[in-house]
Design a protein around this ligand. Structure first.
Ligand code: MRU
Length: 361
C-alpha cells in the first residue's frame, strides 16, 4: 500500500502481525512516501530492524518480539529440541541487529523465555505469538500513559524542544517524548515544538516533523547546533527527549546530540525531561558507561539524502570532499545529574538509583 506524501495518513500502528507476516511502516521512505512493508519471515524482520526500515526503541522492541514469534512459527516440528534450537538461533540473530535500545533485548528475551518454559512444540509456537502481541500492546498502552503523566508538565503556550524521533513512529503507537505533547494538544493547550533535525539520519527533520504535521501541531525544524542559542534567548520552556536505554543510576542513552542539549538546558535552567516506558530500563548496566553505543557506517555522515525538486526523486549526494572520512556514533549518554525527571507509564521519577528501583519493583 502506498500513499503520496502530501496525503493525511489514517491511524496506523508502526508495526503489527497478520498471520505469519510482520507489517511495518517503512520509515526510510518517510516523509516522501508512506509505504507498508510485508516481512515474511524472521530474517526479513531482522534485516528491516538492521536497515532501519523500522527504528526507535519501542518499535524495534515490538518488531523484535514479533520476529521471535515468526521464528517459532517457522521452526521445525519434528522434535521440541529442534524447534527450540531454531528459535534460540533466531533470537541470537535478532539481538545482533542493533545494540543500544534495551527494548529489543527485553522483547527477544521475553518471547524466548516463554517458548522455553512451555515444553511442547505447539505450546511454544502459540505462546510466542501471544507474548509478542502482548509486548506490542503493552508498548502502546505504556506510551498512552506516558502522555497522561507528562501532560500536566506542559503549560498552555509552552515552547518545547525535542530531539530525534520519540513520537509514535518510534513506538507501536503514541510515542514517548511526543506523547505528552499530543495529550496537551487534545486537552486544548497551545503547544509549539522545536524539532532538532538530528544529523546524520535526520529522524527529527524527516519523521518528527512529519508526525507533527500529520497531527496539526505547530513546529519548526532547527539545525542541531541552534538549541543553545534558543535557550539563551529564553525561547525554550522545556526539553523532552526519548531514551534507548536507562542505566540503574539514571544515566540515559539516547540519540547522539542529546547530551549537548541536556548540558545546555542545565546551564540555562530549562527543565530537561526524558520520557520512556519501563521496558527501556536496564539495571544490569550500573551506569551509562556500561551501555553499548552503536557505531554506524561513515556513509551516513558523508552523504545526505533528500527530495530533489528538479528530478522529482529522492537522491543521495556527497557533502564532503572525496577522501574525507567520518565518525558516526549513533547515541550518547546523558548523565543523570542533567535530568529533571523521567516520565514513565507509572509516573514521573527522579533519575536516581532508589527511585528507579522503586519504579521497577
Ligand atoms: O537510531 P534510532 O532512530 O532507532 O534511534 C532511536 C531514537 O529514535 C532516539 O534515540 C529516541 O529518542 C529514543 S527511541 C524512542
Amino acid at each position: 500500500m502506498k500513499v503520496r506524501m502530501a496525503d493525511k495518513v489514517e491511524q496506523f500502528r508502526t508495526v503489527w502481525m497478520e498471520g505469519l507476516t510482520v507489517k511495518i511502516i517503512n520509515q526510510v521512505k518517510l516523509p516522501y512516501e508512506f509505504e507498508i512493508l510485508d516481512l515474511k519471515n524472521y530474517k526479513e524482520t531482522g534485516e528491516a530492524i538492521r536497515n532501519m526500515n523500522i527504528r526507535g526503541a519501542g518499535a524495534i522492541g515490538a518488531a523484535a518480539g514479533y520476529a521471535v514469534a515468526q521464528a517459532a512459527l517457522e521452526a521445525p516440528s519434528q522434535s521440541y529440541d529442534a524447534c527450540l534450537k531454531y528459535i534460540e538461533e533466531a533470537a541470537d540473530y535478532i539481538k545482533s541487529t542493533r545494540p543500544t535500545a534495551q527494548n529489543l533485548f527485553y522483547a527477544v528475551d521475553r518471547v524466548l523465555g516463554m517458548a522455553r518454559s512451555v515444553k511442547s512444540i505447539l505450546g511454544a509456537k502459540l505462546s510466542a505469538k501471544k507474548v509478542a502481541q502482548q509486548i506490542a500492546d503493552e508498548d502502546a498502552n505504556a506510551c498512552k500513559s506516558i502522555g497522561e503523566h507528562g501532560e500536566p508538565l506542559i503549560k498552555d503556550g509552552f515552547k518545547i524542544l525535542t530531539h530525534c524521533n520519540a513520537g509514535w513512529l518510534a513506538f507501536v503507537d503514541y510515542g514517548s517524548a511526543i506523547s505528552p505533547i499530543y495529550t496537551a494538544k487534545e486537552k486544548g493547550k497551545n503547544v509549539f515544538v522545536y524539532v532538532g533535525e538530528t544529523r546524520p539520519r535526520l529522524q527529527g527533520a524527516s519523521l518528527t516533523a512529519w508526525e507533527l504535521s500529520q497531527e496539526g501541531i505547530e513546529h519548526k525544524v532547527i539545525a542541531d547546533n541552534m538549541s543553545g542559542w534558543l535557550m539563551q534567548l529564553g525561547k525554550v520552556d522545556m526539553v523532552i527527549v526519548g531514551a534507548d536505554r536507562i542505566a540503574a543510576n539514571g544515566d540515559v542513552a539516547n540519540k547522539i546530540g542529546t547530551y549537548e542539549k541536556a548540558v545546555l538546558a542545565k546551564v540555562n535552567k530549562v527543565p530537561f525531561y526524558v520520557a520512556a516506558p519501563t521496558s527501556t530500563f536496564d539495571i544490569s548496566c550500573k551506569t551509562g558507561r556500561d551501555i553499548t553505543i552503536e557505531e554506524r557506517s561513515e556513509g551516513e555522515v558523508l552523504y545526505i539524502k533528500g527530495y530533489c525538486s528538479k528530478t522529482k526523486s529522492v537522491e543521495e549526494v556527497r557533502i564532503t570532499p572525496e577522501g574525507s572520512h567520518a565518525l558516526n556514533y549513533a547515541f550518547d549518554v546523558t548523565p543523570a545529574k542533567c535530568i529533571t525527571g523521567i516520565i514513565t507509564e507509572k509516573g514521573i521519577i527522579v533519575a536516581k538509583k532508589k527511585s528507579i528501583e522503586a519504579l521497577l519493583k
